[in-house]
Design a protein around this ligand. Sequence first.
Ligand SMILES: NC(=O)C1=CN([C@@H]2O[C@H](COP(=O)(O)OP(=O)(O)OC[C@H]3O[C@@H](n4cnc5c(N)ncnc54)[C@H](O)[C@@H]3O)[C@@H](O)[C@H]2O)C=CC1
Ligand SMILES: CC(C)[C@@H](O)CC[C@@H](C)[C@H]1CC[C@H]2[C@@H]3[C@H](O)CC4=CC(=O)CC[C@]4(C)[C@H]3CC[C@]12C
Length: 372
Amino acid sequence: MEAPKLVYLVTGGCGFLGRHLVRMLLQHEPRLAELRVFDLHLEPWLEELQTGPVQVTAIQGDVTQPHEVAAAVSGAHVVIHMAGLVDVFGRASPEAIHHINVQGTHNIIEACVQAGTRFLVYTSSMEVVGPNIKGHAFYRGNEDTPYEAVHKHPYPRSKALAEKLVLEANGREVRGGLPLVTCALRPTGIYGEGHQVMRDFYRQGLRLGGRLFRAIPSSVEHGRVYVGNVAWMHVLVAQELERSSARLGGQVYFCYDQSPYKSYEDFNMEILGPCGLRLVGTRPLLPYWLLLLLAGLNALLQWLLRPLLLYAPLLNPYTLAMANTTFTVSTDKAHRHFGYEPLFSWEESRARTIRWVQSTEGSVGKAQAAGS
Ligand SMILES: NC(=O)C1=CN([C@@H]2O[C@H](COP(=O)(O)OP(=O)(O)OC[C@H]3O[C@@H](n4cnc5c(N)ncnc54)[C@H](O)[C@@H]3O)[C@@H](O)[C@H]2O)C=CC1
Ligand SMILES: CC(C)[C@@H](O)CC[C@@H](C)[C@H]1CC[C@H]2[C@@H]3[C@H](O)CC4=CC(=O)CC[C@]4(C)[C@H]3CC[C@]12C
């Protein structure tokens, strides 16, 4: 076997998805000599990874700072760009979301060109496509399904602009005269160990006496994909990008696995049900107009309270619209182009996520039960 010689850079490597990718690369990329983990917020668990044969270099940095990006990219063979501001709850300003997600991606691309780094994988999102502001369903569509991608919200807009920058950069000449090869992966709703929104639902259910109240019709399907399979797809496409640059360069791929097609809430209950919660109601307990009113009130409260505190509940006009619009994918493009098959079955994905909730949140549940 050839000596390890590749240098990978993962931006956002300390995030929910990034931490799974870092471990996946260390396990499944034998050519790795150095793995650079670039993040605004470095995590202590990175220390544990320093003891293996691969040099793991933790780099505290900001993708909005070109010089910090340039230093991190210099000498890298592959960049997997995951860093981003993932916010649909109004926590961050539209300007910050754009600055990090779009300007940050621009800086990554320019750093690759200047450094002669030829392979760039971008973590995009289903949100680049939809659901759109018109509430049009995207029912088991694929990368070629026509759909009117119209966005007003800062987050999907930023992901769409960033993805466009990455795909347009494919073929640009980098230092040394060879072409840059880029592609974008579009995960649907990622779940798994470390998923903050799942944690928020669990805690909300505990506060409500072990119950969650249905707000979305069970007929509305929402695409979900296990975090380990998303990480695995990134590993595979990065490995294949050099071998099949003509076929993969400039392409987009939805991230998918065997996770079932269900409403967002019913899917969550596949995980939270075994953790002791139950979903009340076979159909939404409140009429849509009342949910819309409550979502609007939450948005108004967030705006009024902003000078004092951050009020960012799960229910707001955007999340309600998202959850109420079918968006599922059915595709095999990643399999056809680079042999992707999910590494984790639905049963394994579900079991791992349940174990995570029980191990990290179960104590919260026990404490609440003791206190109740
Ligand atoms: N969570 C989900 O359901 C989905 C996420 N995605 C995409 O996957 C990527 C990772 O998302 P998650 O892991 O869920 O989010 P996350 O918030 O857990 O991770 C993002 C990471 O980027 C880092 N970061 C933020 N701003 C930075 C900056 N200016 N410079 C350097 N690092 C910075 C954060 O510290 C964090 O570690 C994002 O690009 C997101 O758009 C795509 C589809 C679904
Ligand atoms: C309060 C209820 C209406 C509840 O059902 C709201 C659920 C809502 C918090 C989620 C519904 C759909 C989710 C989004 C979807 O999975 C697509 C995403 C892609 C990303 O790139 C980032 C996360 C997200 C925007 C995801 C966020 C949570 C939902 C809006």
